[in-house]
Design a protein around this ligand. Structure first.
Ligand SMILES: [Zn+2]
Ligand SMILES: [Zn+2]
Length: 340
C-alpha cells in the first residue's frame, strides 16, 4: 500500500512533483522515511524553524533555518538553493523542498528555481505551482523578494542597486521591529572603493565595493563632496532619489506601511531623477555609508569624516524632505553643505 493510498487527496500529507525530479511538500512527508524512499528522494532542502534534519544518514540536506515572516530574507539563499537543486538533478537525483505547511517558504524557494530555469515571472511560477498544490502562497514579503529576483536578473549581488535598496529597507524594518540591525550592508566610502574590504570593523558588517571605474567614469558620476573640505563622501550610485511633493496626506500611510516603503526603496533609481527635485528638495538622500558614526542608533548626526562639519542627519524610521515626501530610512545631507 502506498503512502498516497493511505492519505488520498490529503494535500498536507503528500508531496507534488513540480518539474521532473523536483518535489514540494509540508513537514509530514519529510518525516516518513518509507515515503521518501518510495519516491526515490536523494536530496532535501528543509526551510523550517528546525535546525536538525530527520534522516541525516539517508539524504543530502540543505538546512535553511528561518521563520515564515515577511521580514525574513530568503532571497539571499536563492543562489545556494539553485545550485543545490540543479546539482542534484544533474546527477539524476530527486529533490524535495519542504517547510512546515508547504505553502510559503518552500514554495518561494521552488518559485525562484522555476523563474531562473524557465525564465518565468514570479506570478507565472506561482500559478504553475498552485495548479499542482493549491495551498501554495508565499507571504507578501517573499512575493516582493521573488519579483525583485526577476528584476535583478537572478543576480543576487549588492552591486545591484535594487538589491542593495531592498537590503537597506530590510535593515530599517529590523531596526523598527527589534531595535537593532543584525547584518549591516553599507555603501563603500568612496576613498576605499575598489580596495579590498578592510579587516577592521565588526565582522557582521559587509561593505559594498562597486567597481570604481564605473562610478567615476564621467563627470556626472562624480561623488558628492564636502563643500568645506572637498572630501569625497558618497558615490552617485548610492544617492537615493524620490518623487518630490508626495505631501502630507501620504505621509502617515507611507510611514506605517512597511511594504510600500520597501517597494519605494526598490524602485527609486538615479535614472528616474525628477528635475523639479533639484529646486524643491533641499537635501540629498543617500544610502548608509561606512563612515557615518553610530549607525546602530535610531537617529543621529551625519558629520564629515575629514573636517567634522555637520552635513545632515539620519533616522532609520524616516524623515520628511522639504518637498513633502517621506523617505524611509532617511540619510539626508543638506545641499548647502555638499557639492553635488
Ligand atoms: Zn524631496
Ligand atoms: Zn569636510
Amino acid at each position: 500500500m502506498t503512502f498516497q493510498m493511505l492519505f488520498p487527496g490529503d494535500m498536507m500529507r503528500e508531496m507534488q512533483e513540480i518539474v521532473p525530479g523536483l518535489y514540494l511538500s509540508g513537514a509530514a512527508p519529510a518525516e516518513s522515511l518509507a515515503y521518501l524512499q518510495e519516491i526515490g528522494i536523494t536530496h532535501i532542502i528543509q526551510v523550517t524553524d528546525i535546525k536538525t534534519p530527520h534522516f541525516p544518514g539517508d539524504f543530502m540536506y540543505k538546512l535553511i533555518c528561518v521563520p515564515d515572516m515577511e521580514e525574513t530574507n530568503l532571497i539571499k539563499h536563492f543562489p545556494d538553493t539553485f545550485s543545490f537543486i540543479s546539482g542534484a538533478l544533474a546527477k539524476g537525483g530527486k529533490v524535495l523542498v519542504h517547510c512546515a505547511a508547504g505553502a510559503s517558504r518552500s514554495v518561494t524557494v521552488v518559485c525562484a528555481y522555476l523563474m531562473k530555469t524557465q525564465n518565468m515571472s514570479a506570478a507565472d511560477a506561482l500559478l504553475h505551482i498552485q495548479a499542482l498544490r493549491p495551498i501554495a502562497g508565499p507571504n507578501d514579503g517573499f512575493m516582493t523578494q521573488l519579483n525583485l529576483y526577476g528584476d535583478i536578473e537572478y543576480d543576487v549581488n549588492v552591486n545591484r542597486t535594487a538589491y542593495r535598496r531592498f537590503l537597506i529597507a530590510s535593515m530599517a524594518a529590523q531596526r523598527e521591529m527589534y531595535g537593532y540591525i543584525e547584518d549591516m550592508t553599507l555603501a563603500a566610502d568612496p576613498l576605499n572603493a575598489g580596495a579590498r574590504p578592510s579587516a577592521a570593523g565588526p565582522s557582521s558588517t559587509s561593505s559594498i565595493h562597486p567597481n570604481p571605474s564605473t562610478i567615476f567614469a564621467s563627470a556626472s558620476q562624480r561623488p558628492l563632496k564636502c563643500k568645506k573640505c572637498r572630501r569625497a563622501l558618497v558615490a552617485r550610485v548610492s544617492v537615493v532619489t524620490h518623487t518630490p511633493g508626495q505631501g502630507q496626506s501620504s505621509f502617515e500611510y507611507r510611514k506605517r506601511d512597511a511594504t510600500l516603503n520597501v517597494t519605494e526603496a526598490i524602485h527609486t533609481d538615479i535614472s528616474k531623477i525628477n528635475p523639479v527635485a533639484s529646486t524643491v528638495c533641499q537635501s540629498y538622500f543617500i544610502e548608509p555609508v561606512e563612515w557615518i558614526q553610530e549607525l546602530h542608533g535610531l537617529e543621529g548626526k551625519i558629520s564629515c569624516p575629514k573636517c567634522d562639519s555637520k552635513l545632515g542627519t539620519f533616522n532609520w524610521s524616516g524623515e520628511q524632505c522639504s518637498c513633502g515626501t517621506w523617505v524611509t530610512p532617511a540619510f539626508m545631507m543638506h545641499k548647502g553643505k555638499v557639492d553635488g
